[in-house]
Design a protein around this ligand. Structure first.
Ligand code: SF4
Length: 172
């Protein structure tokens, strides 16, 4: 009986945590992404970087695909195997959506993120766009700052980091 109660408690705790993290994600403007089937044969390699003078941003998505009269960016991460898209990957894709918007004069409604086992369709919502612009502002501010605290608590990342020798904030 005790084991049953413990299992029930753990299942409930998992549910609470899942719904809490979902609320946090939505509150932050980060769309969850849907797993979709994608016709990868229609994807065209993006040969040249896209550039936005307005946002002082440049980048090259792996592919561009035309769907329902709209250009959609695709980012491929063959080494990733996750049931949910990583936040950093979603923001990278959002940056490509912003660049496509400037380059082609039309705002993509979504972009694709391809991991090793799944393709996620990420909605390019107003809140995701705003989140990206806020992050870009923060990054630019940080570039001018004398010291910036690390955005992680993982000493192992510092051990692999190329800036480790000069970084005063290193954790290992
Ligand atoms: S060494 Fe510094 S820059 Fe590199 S990961 Fe650690 S905190 Fe970040």
């Amino acid at each position: 009986m005790r084991w049953l109660l413990l299992a029930l408690f753990l299942a409930l705790a998992g549910l609470v945590f899942w719904s809490w993290s979902r609320r946090q994600r939505l509150a932050a403007g980060m769309p969850k992404g849907r797993v979709v089937y994608a016709d990868t044969g229609a994807w065209q390699r993006c040969e040249r970087p896209l550039f936005s003078p307005r946002y002082r941003l440049a980048g090259k998505p792996d592919y561009l695909v035309e769907e329902r009269g709209c250009i959609v960016p695709v980012e491929v991460k063959p080494g990733r195997d996750s049931a949910e898209p990583y936040e950093g990957d979603v923001l990278q894709l959002a940056a490509y959506c912003l660049l496509v918007e400037g380059q082609y004069g039309q705002r993509p409604r979504y972009g694709y993120l391809k991991y090793s086992q799944a393709v996620f369709c990420i909605d390019y919502t107003h809140s995701l766009r705003q989140l990206l612009l806020d992050r870009l502002d923060t990054m630019r501010r940080d570039l001018r700052a004398r010291d910036v605290p690390p955005n992680h608590t993982e000493p192992r990342r510092c051990l692999r980091c190329g800036h480790r020798r000069v970084c005063r904030e290193r954790l290992a």
